[in-house]
Design a protein around this ligand. Structure first.
Ligand code: ADP
Length: 394
């Protein structure tokens, strides 16, 4: 019986996959192809049950990776036949205003995803490569696109139109889209289940703090406001991205330092944030340990980051007219007790009171009994969300 669903997340030189048995949501195998296209070989690692393997395989393209993967699933008897695969869900970076929810990939949808490459030139084209590679191997298997942006399509115009001449929105689609939607949606729904309350009854601020970081204000189960914008560069300071800065700095530096638009783009995306301030790392683990050793730049970077997150929580609570649940997720949010503590300190007036020992232990609920706001650490799982959406659509 066709009851297995696979998620595919194709990057420029990587392809991640997870295969689930549905509707039990049983993870059967997950893995990653890396260094695709760089040499004649690529890296392949996977884990299932107690088995963890890292190896290399021959091949240069995403198609080679997909081809290998399907044979691997059959050879290892994870699938008895490819007919067991009921559908494949693809992570797609940008759905623009066309995709307000996940969508079955037909010819029309594929064309729209390709056209949206204009808004996400680094991501959508490579997502399309993943979709087309699978279509070629499995022409009869339904494929679904799950967009990073679609969850935020519920924002009102006042929260997505930029105060630039309105024609740039109309003619060039310049507006706030927001990203990490799959993650924010997933953790909000997990939080509601954990609390045993309907999602629609909760005012939630979700902090996805990873190498890329964004915050989302959620009311009635819908995204009301989010910190990333036209691109994932906006909002919080991140590993190597600057987040919001005075826009005048851009033409100023271009003139002063004789930088092109592309130079500036690279500088703001790849050389800023934690990396730009500390000048030694974009990884918060290194920065926390250097800050403890007295490195002032590391301390400044942490103060800047935690301060910006705190300010955004306050602003979003104002937008939501209250706050019931504060969620921390992703690499930093799930693992760093010290960063969660720094963000939540001096927020008692606001109804946020952390339980120090629960926070240290990384429990799911890290607020005290007396805290008006429930503070939760929720592990994100974008792949499971992709698979759930795919299952529901097909
Ligand atoms: P991505 O945006 O690449 O998916 P992740 O969600 O995997 O990022 O998060 C990566 C970030 O999480 C890195 O900056 C890493 O340093 C941070 N991180 C992981 N574990 C810890 C930890 N124990 N303490 C602090 N930061 C951590």
């Amino acid at each position: 019986m066709a009851n297995k669903i696979m998620s595919i997340n194709a990057g420029s030189s990587s392809l991640k996959f997870q295969l689930f048995g549905m509707p039990e949501e049983e993870l059967l195998v997950k893995g990653l192809f890396e260094r695709i296209g760089l040499e004649e070989e690529m890296g392949f690692s996977y884990s299932m049950k107690d088995e963890k393997v890292k190896t290399t395989i021959k091949g240069k393209t995403h198609e080679d990776a997909i081809n290998f993967l399907l044979h691997f699933l059959l050879d290892r008897k994870i699938l008895m036949s490819l007919q067991e695969l009921a559908g494949v869900g693809h992570r797609v970076a940008h759905g623009g205003e066309d995709f307000k929810k996940s969508s079955l990939v037909n010819l029309e949808a594929l064309k729209k995803i390709k056209d949206l490459g204009k808004l996400a030139p680094l991501h959508n084209p490579v997502n399309v490569v993943g979709i087309e590679a699978l279509q070629k191997e499995l022409p009869d298997c339904p494929q679904v696109a799950v967009f990073d942006t679609s969850y935020h399509q519920t924002m009102e115009a006042k929260n997505y139109v930029y105060p630039l001449p309105y024609r740039f929105y109309e003619e060039d689609s310049v507006r706030r889209y927001g990203f990490h939607g799959t993650s924010h949606q997933f953790v909000a729904s997990e939080a509601a289940s954990f609390l045993g309350k309907p999602l629609e009854s909760l005012k939630i601020v979700s902090c996805h703090l990873g190498n890329g970081a964004s915050i989302c204000g959620i009311k009635d189960g819908k995204s009301v406001i989010t910190s990333m914008g036209f691109t994932p560069l906006a909002g919080l300071m991140m590993g190597t991205r600057c987040g919001d800065i005075d826009p005048s700095i851009i033409p100023f530096l271009q003139k002063e330092k004789n930088l092109s638009a592309d130079d500036m783009d690279k500088l703001m995306n790849g050389e800023s944030g934690f990396k730009g301030i500390t000048e030694f790392s974009s990884d918060t683990r290194d920065i926390i340990s250097e800050a403890e050793n007295g490195n002032e730049r590391a301390q400044l970077a942490l103060d800047m980051f935690t301060g910006r997150v705190k300010q955004t929580i306050g602003a979003y609570a104002a937008e939501l007219d209250g706050l019931d649940v504060l969620i921390f997720t992703a690499g930093i949010g799930e693992n760093s007790a010290i960063i969660r503590e720094r963000i939540c300190e001096n927020m008692t007036f606001f109804g946020i009171q952390l339980d120090e020992s629960q926070n240290q232990q990384g429990s799911m609920r890290i607020s005290t009994e007396a805290s008006k706001v429930e503070v939760l650490v929720v592990e994100t799982n974008e792949e499971l969300m992709i698979v759930r959406d795919t299952y529901n659509l097909i």
